[in-house]
Structure formats: structure tokens, C-alpha cells
Design a binder for this molecule. Structure first.
Ligand SMILES: *Cc1c(COP(=O)(O)O)cnc(C)c1O
Length: 437
């Protein structure tokens, strides 16, 4: 597999893993295989491909060589066994959860999640027959222990949350889940694999919205599901992995189950054969190429974003117009110890603060910034600002608002790659515009 040797460093893997130019007409940059289908060759080769033998592509909804390089590269960045590219982060979250618990099971999680995920938990999953249980106090590990029922099939958390950059104790949560024979699934979108590899702490499945910092340029919608390959899906808790299926029959028409057809990677195999194949949120080759391009500079971008975050944090903590600042590096943050353990390179580029003023003044502030972009996104090369409670998290119930501490004065920043002093200058001129007139 060319340069993708597992013992190379992260920064080498992010440029080379999963790709060998010799296998692609010596093209140095990963080619975009913009094709729907792949020639089957002779009829015997077709028989084998349609019996899930060999990894050669048939049809781009199921697999594509450009997407395949992205999957291998992202797996290598995690030291993981496999990954699967999907059309969006929402597809990654929903397919991963459906794959684990879609068989009438339940997922144990918290309200500290991406707004779209929380909404889907309230409105969509119950309709699909999947139960969602939300722990009221997510920092209390005992609540997770108590919350796992006999039909709970997974624990799901975000490793670094938006807007308050809270951090769960992944290692302990993995122990709690494993003691009950279920996996820990981690949404690592805001952290990126550069800042945190959840598999180092026992996570079993990691999902991404690659739309955000992973691709990092605000120009693509994409998702990924990454599989450590270590969880035992044949432990008796996942009968849907053990049931023989007609569409998995071999060339002699003998029905097989997921564990038989995909013995090395049953989770990714089932997700591809069932959810990607039949629900269809496939990642396009051009979009996979954009994510690959973004990943080439992941470390350099995230380092700069973390440095900008710390500079803006220091400015905001001194501002008379700010009532509180939340980030693990903020003064007195209750997440300082967890950040020390899980985020030694910095706890990301999302930062929020309380705006001290009226609603009208807050609106004027948001409309007065000139560099910060007012839009619903994070992890972009551009710095972004938003009033989360009124926008990205507007559908949270009052109870969920209380659980997450999302007050109406919250302003969330996502720091990009501009000059730190220009960013601070931008916030400063916006405060002055609001409070000196
Ligand atoms: C944006 C986001 C998602 C959804 O991703 P899309 O690519 O927009 O579908 C899921 N989880 C987190 C943490 C996100 O920030």
C-alpha cells in the first residue's frame, strides 16, 4: 500500500497514507475517479464481485477509488482498521448509530451535541424505532452507568462540544460501555484526529463531519465513520450481525451473516452493505478529493487555530463587555484537568462568551464585526461568529437548554487562520461601535 506504513508519524501519513502513485498511472495528486460504474470484465469476475469477494469497485454508491484513498488515509491517521466515507456528517452519525442500535435498540447519550444531532434524537430516531436516552448530568459518570439498559446498544458522545468546548472522560466511558458489552461511539469533529485520537482511550467507533476542521476550508459537505476493528460484534448483543441474509449469499446461494462476509471489519462492512448501499448517502469523488486536500494541511491549520483561540481568549477574559468565557483554557474552567489529559496540544478552536448588554446591543455587535463571518459552520479557515441559542441550537427544549447551560447571551466563535491581532481588533472595534454610540 505504498507509503501508508503504520509506523510513520501523523504528519507523514496525512500526506501519503493510502495512496501509491504507481497504482494510478503515476499521478502524483490523487485522481478524481468521476465515474458511476466500473467495467465488470468477464462474467466470472462479475460473479465474484457480486458475491462480495475482493474489493474492486462496481458502482460509485458502494465504493470509488478516490473515496477509497480518503478512507484508507483517515484510518491510517487513527491507527484504525477501516473507515467509510459518507455524504455528510449527519449521514456518518445516523448510519453509525443505526448500524449499532437500529435493530430496535437504544443509544445512551447527552444533550451536549451538535444541534442537528439533538434534533434528530428528538424527532427522527424514535420514528425509526430507535430509543434515545439522555443523561441529565453528563459530567457524572455514575449517570452513564445507571443509564445503560439491557437493550442499550451504544454510548455516544462528542469529544469536544459546541458551543462550550466541554470534554467527556472518554477512557472511563469506554470502560463503562465495555463492561456491558456495548461500544463507545465518539463524534470527534471539533477535535480532529490531530488533537485527539479517541481510539487511544478505548473508543470503538469514531465519526466525523469532515465538512468542518478535517477538510477545513468551508467548501464541502462530507462525513466519515472510522472503525478500530477491535470491538466484538459477535458477543451476543448484536443479533443483527449474526442473522443470515439472502443478499449476502455466496455463489452457491448459501445465506451468510455479516460476521462471515466481513470477518475483519464487520461494522464497516455492514454499514457499507446495508446503510450506504440501501439508504445511499454516498460521498462523491470530487468531494472526497477536497477532503484529502484539506487533510494535507490539517496539523498546520489546527495549530494556528489553537494559537488564535488562546490569543482571543486572553482578550475576551479582560473585556468589560464579557460576563463569562468558556473554553478549557479559560480561567477556572472545570475541564482543565480533562483537557490536560486528552488535549495536550490544545482544546480546539471553539470558544464562547457571554455578551454583557441588551439583546439589541448583541444584535448590533454581531452585525458590526467585519472579519468574523456570521454563519452556521465551524472549523473553517475563516473565523466565524454566531449566537448559538438563537440559531444552531434554536430547537433545544428548555430542559436541554438547562442541561447544556445554553443561555441567550451566548456568542460562539470558531477561530480561523487570519492574524490574531486583526481578529482581536475586529472584536474590539465591534464592541466600541456598540457601546460608544
Ligand atoms: C456539523 C456537525 C455534524 C453534521 O455534519 P454535516 O457535515 O453538516 O452533516 C455532526 N456533528 C458535529 C459535531 C458537527 O459539528
Amino acid at each position: 500500500m505504498g507509503m501508508s506504513r503504520d509506523n510513520r508519524d501523523f504528519d507523514t501519513l496525512k500526506i501519503h497514507a493510502g495512496y501509491s502513485a504507481a497504482e494510478h498511472n503515476n499521478a502524483v495528486s490523487v485522481p478524481i475517479y468521476q465515474t458511476t460504474a466500473f467495467a465488470l470484465g468477464d462474467t466470472h469476475r462479475a460473479d465474484r464481485l457480486f458475491a462480495f469477494e475482493g474489493a474492486d469497485p462496481i458502482y460509485t454508491r458502494l465504493s470509488n477509488p478516490t473515496v477509497d484513498v480518503l478512507e484508507k488515509r483517515v484510518a491510517a491517521l487513527h491507527g484504525a482498521k477501516g473507515a467509510i466515507g459518507l455524504a455528510s456528517g449527519m449521514a456518518a452519525v445516523s448510519y453509525a448509530l443505526l448500524n449499532a442500535a437500529g435493530n430496535g435498540g437504544r443509544v445512551l447519550t447527552t444533550a451536549r451535541l451538535y444541534g442537528g444531532t439533538v434534533d434528530s434524537f428528538s424527532h427522527v430516531y424514535p420514528e425509526l424505532g430507535m430509543g434515545i436516552d439522555i443523561v441529565g448530568k453528563p459530567d457524572d459518570l455514575g449517570e452513564f452507568e445507571k443509564g445503560i439498559r439491557t437493550d442499550t446498544k451504544a454510548v455516544f458522545v462528542e469529544s469536544l462540544t459546541n458551543p462550550f468546548a466541554t470534554i467527556p472522560d472518554i477512557e472511563r466511558l469506554a470502560e463503562i460501555a465495555h463492561a456491558r458489552g456495548i461500544p463507545l461511539i465518539v463524534d470527534n469533529t471539533a477535535a480532529t484526529p490531530y488533537l485527539l485520537n479517541p481510539f487511544d482511550y478505548g473508543a470503538d467507533i469514531v465519526v466525523y463531519s469532515a465538512t468542518k476542521a478535517l477538510s477545513g476550508h468551508g467548501n464541502v459537505i462530507a462525513g466519515l465513520v472510522v472503525d478500530s476493528g477491535k470491538f466484538d460484534w459477535g458477543n451476543g448483543n448484536f443479533p443483527h450481525f449474526e442473522r443470515p441474509l439472502w443478499f449476502l449469499r455466496d455463489s452457491n446461494d448459501v445465506e451468510r451473516n455479516i460476521l462471515q462476509v466481513f470477518p475483519d471489519l464487520p461494522f464497516v462492512g455492514r454499514l457499507r452493505a446495508v446503510h450506504l448501499n440501501y439508504l445511499g448517502a454516498a460521498l462523491g469523488p470530487f468531494d472526497a478529493y477536497l477532503v484529502l486536500l484539506g487533510i494535507e494541511t490539517l496539523s498546520e491549520r489546527v495549530q494556528k487555530q489553537v494559537a488564535n483561540t488562546l490569543a482571543v481568549l486572553e482578550y475576551l477574559e479582560k473585556s468589560e463587555h464579557v460576563s463569562w468565557v468558556r473554553h478549557p483554557a479559560a480561567h477556572g474552567s472545570p475541564y482543565a484537568a480533562l483537557a490536560g489529559k486528552y488535549f495536550p496540544k490544545g482544546a480546539g478552536s471553539i470558544l464562547s462568551f457571554g455578551f454583557k448588554g441588551t439583546d439589541g446591543q448583541k444584535r448590533k455587535f454581531l452585525e458590526s464585526v467585519e472579519i468574523f463571518g456570521y454563519q452556521a459552520n465551524i472549523g473553517d479557515a475563516r473565523s466565524l461568529i454566531i449566537n448559538s441559542a438563537q440559531t444552531t441550537h434554536v430547537e433545544l427544549t428548555n430542559e436541554q437548554r438547562e442541561q447544556t447551560g445554553l443561555s441567550p447571551d451566548t456568542i460562539r466563535l470558531s477561530l480561523g487562520l487570519e492574524s490574531a491581532s486583526d481578529l482581536i481588533g475586529d472584536l474590539d472595534q465591534a464592541f466600541r461601535k456598540v457601546f460608544s454610540e
